[in-house]
Design a protein around this ligand. Structure first.
Ligand code: SAM
Length: 242
């Protein structure tokens, strides 16, 4: 269970509401053991997992005692970041869930020129919080103990302004259907990769040209047109499972 509050061996804590609900659905009893993870990203966060045992089941609260810490890493061998065109309806949930299972380091929902869903303001904040919760649930399901960050929605020009090309960032790859794109395994040696992919209608020529001018190399996933959620997942799987 994800427990974003600081965890320390020996402490007694109330589980956060989401985890408490989950424990109640599972009808756990005092004395039952569970595993907690803090979920932070990055080398500065101890990561890993804590044993814990249920002390008390209230109506809506669950109190547990935190036990031993175990240093367990289940991250992918390289940091793969997705800058993915926002897709309509539940397909974006599916993308976030599957990308989390496959070990994505972060997801930035891209408001592309042809995105059907144009996220702005409070609605965008709610959607990002929802996708972050989808990522947490996927971590709980697959046993991942570092939660990938779902960044705020941004358009391509905004993202490029905030992330000017720098060699230390690793490879920047544009998933593109244009003729003359290179094979994906050109990136296989990079320790970190950013994949840029389009929404259902694809990226506009202007967006692709802008990305190419800012250090993105175009790569192909083959001759078939993959759905907007399939393309980044296929690229991610190719690099995290390799
Ligand atoms: N009709 C749109 C077009 O021509 O761009 C199709 C877009 S496709 C559904 C959505 C995104 O997935 C594309 O913008 C691209 O980033 C990626 N994509 C899909 N198939 C791909 C392939 N075979 N190789 C590389 N990228 C692909």
């Amino acid at each position: 269970f994800h427990c974003p509050a600081p965890l320390a061996t020996g402490a007694e804590i109330d589980l956060p509401p989401g985890a408490a609900r989950h424990v109640q659905v599972l009808r756990l009893q005092p004395g039952d053991g569970i595993t907690l993870f803090h979920g932070g990203q990055g080398a500065g966060d101890p990561g890993g997992e804590f044993d814990a045992s249920v002390l008390r089941m209230g109506r809506s609260d669950v109190r547990v005692q935190v036990g031993a810490h175990h240093t367990i890493e289940r991250e992918a061998p390289r940091a793969v970041h997705l800058l993915a065109g926002i897709t309509a309806n539940e397909r974006m949930d599916w993308l976030v869930e599957k990308a989390t299972e496959l070990g994505v380091a972060s997801i930035t929902p891209l408001v592309a020129e042809r995105s059907v869903l144009k996220l702005k303001g409070e609605r965008a904040d709610k959607k990002i919080a929802h996708w972050q919760a989808v990522a947490v649930a996927a971590c709980e399901q697959c046993g991942r103990n570092r939660v990938p960050v779902v960044h705020g929605a941004v358009d391509l020009a905004g993202w490029l302004r905030a992330h000017p090309p720098a060699p230390a960032q690793g490879a920047r790859l544009l998933l593109s259907l244009r003729a003359g794109t290179g094979p994906l395994h050109a990136a296989a040696a990079a320790a970190a990769v950013v994949f840029l992919s389009g929404p259902e209608g694809g990226l506009s020529a202007t967006e692709e040209d802008l990305a190419l001018a800012q250090g993105f190399a175009p790569v192909t996933l083959g001759p078939r047109v993959l759905r907007a959620e399939t393309a980044p997942l296929a690229a991610l799987a190719a690099l995290t499972l390799a």
